[in-house]
Write a protein that binds this ligand. Structure first.
Ligand SMILES: [Zn+2]
Length: 424
């Protein structure tokens, strides 16, 4: 895998076997892309050019940007990047990760939060694992040490483009002490203000508990009354921060939707009424199938007694059914792996989540759209990363070996990740 940063004054022609532009249902054959000023300047197809049906051939001469009196460069001197056997597509986005956890050793991850140097190293490693997998934007669901927020503020990396929550708001006696502090409920408005002042992009709120792997359908008690939750969400929105809500059970999801959250995370055991409300209010849903399904679909399965495996299997199969129903009902869907949760590794979780969507019955092209343009819209990052490859879009490209519309697994074979050196 090669990670290539495109400099603002660089001119480059990229040729591959196919292009999926993020919009079409099909691939363009033998694409040629001209990249200039950190953006895609033109797209043409060698095949079309040859039989004179092209609508967008490259200019014979190009003027380098920022040179005052432009000089011309002969077309033959333009550097060409050949990517034989590859498909070009928009890079991927994971809308729910925890960079401060590694998905393998929860205790070690938490112990690392005691040392800024150690957790910074871990967060940077996880971010690099995502980039190597072609996932160039992330929304972090937070942790009690706000590791991802510290990382972004001190390192200020251009990529992966990181949206942060810092830490989660929660009831002090309920689930999630590793995600957020034990602040009394009446002080949580102050925490919203403090997090906003520290520069978070989103506010994360825990609305319910977590899915049980021993008792089917159990998710723990709700954290707040409808009134209290609605007030917190309104407070966050007043400060320009949308809310991502960890919510399971029909009651938890309805409460979150009625409070006006932007995204419902997990949503295990939600019912059809919840989906109808979400479709009506256009509340996005990220079902995070991986952290549950991986328990029985990977080597982790051996660690669970048969009784637990049955509960886990039934839980994620139901989630896949509801995902398909949500898609049919027009609920805006996102994709989040919850990487960092037990059994979900950075750099791998998103493709696993995509494959579980595919298994649920969504077409591959639709899954790809959700992981690119769909997630970009949910995260509000379409300016820097629109999730489409069209003239004028930033030069953010992923090249994978094979045809991802035929088999999503070829996203494991990343050949190149190309990104503008800075956001354009
Ligand atoms: Zn999470």
């Amino acid at each position: 895998m090669t990670l290539r940063y495109i400099l603002p004054d660089e001119i480059l022609c990229v040729q591959a076997d196919w292009l999926w532009d993020g919009v079409s249902d099909t691939l363009l054959s033998r694409p040629r892309l001209l990249i200039r000023q950190g953006r895609i300047a033109a797209i043409s197809s060698c095949l079309r050019t040859r039989d004179h049906r092209s609508t967008g051939t490259f200019p014979e001469r190009v003027a380098p940007p920022g040179t005052g009196s432009p000089r011309t460069i002969p077309a033959e001197s333009m550097p060409v990047l050949h990517l034989p056997g590859c498909t070009l597509l928009p890079p991927l986005i994971d809308a729910h990760v925890h960079l401060g956890l590694d998905g393998r050793d929860f205790a070690a991850s938490r112990a690392a939060w005691q040392s800024e140097e150690e957790y910074m190293t871990r967060v940077a490693r996880h971010a690099a694992e995502w980039l190597a997998a072609g996932v160039v934007a992330l929304r972090d669901g937070g942790d009690a040490a706000a590791t991802a927020l510290h990382y972004r503020q001190s390192k200020n990396p251009a990529w992966p483009l990181l949206r942060t929550t810092g830490m989660a708001l929660r009831h002090p006696e309920r689930y999630g002490s590793f995600l957020g502090p034990d602040w009394p409920e009446k002080k949580l408005g102050d925490l919203v203000e403090e997090l906003a002042a520290r520069g978070v992009d989103w506010i994360k709120i825990l609305v319910s508990g977590v899915v049980s792997f021993t008792r089917y359908g159990q998710v723990g008690p709700l954290h707040f009354s409808q009134e209290a939750l609605s007030a917190l969400v309104a407070h966050a929105r007043q400060l320009g921060r949308p809310v991502m809500a960890h919510a399971n059970s029909p009651e938890g999801v309805k409460q979150a939707v009625r409070a006006g959250v932007a995204t419902v995370e997990h949503g295990y055991f939600l019912d059809e009424d919840c989906l109808k409300e979400m479709a009506e209010k256009q509340t996005a849903w990220l079902p995070t199938i991986v952290p549950v399904a991986n328990q029985v679909r990977t080597e982790l399965s051996a660690g669970w007694p048969a009784e637990n495996r049955r509960v886990i299997e039934k839980t994620y199969r139901r989630q896949q059914e509801m995902l398909l129903k949500a898609w049919e009902l027009g609920v805006p869907l996102g994709l989040g792996s919850d990487a960092g949760a037990s059994g979900v590794e950075h750099g791998r979780g998103l493709l696993q989540e995509m494959l579980y969507y595919r298994e649920a019955g969504l077409p591959a092209v639709q899954v790809l759209r959700l992981a690119t343009r769909g997630n970009a819209a949910i995260l509000g990052i379409a300016g820097a990363l629109p999730g489409v490859i069209v003239p004028g879009a930033p030069a953010a490209l992923l090249a994978v070996q094979g045809n991802p519309l035929a088999d999503l697994r070829c996203l494991e074979r990343v050949k190149q990740v190309m990104l503008p050196a800075s956001h354009v």
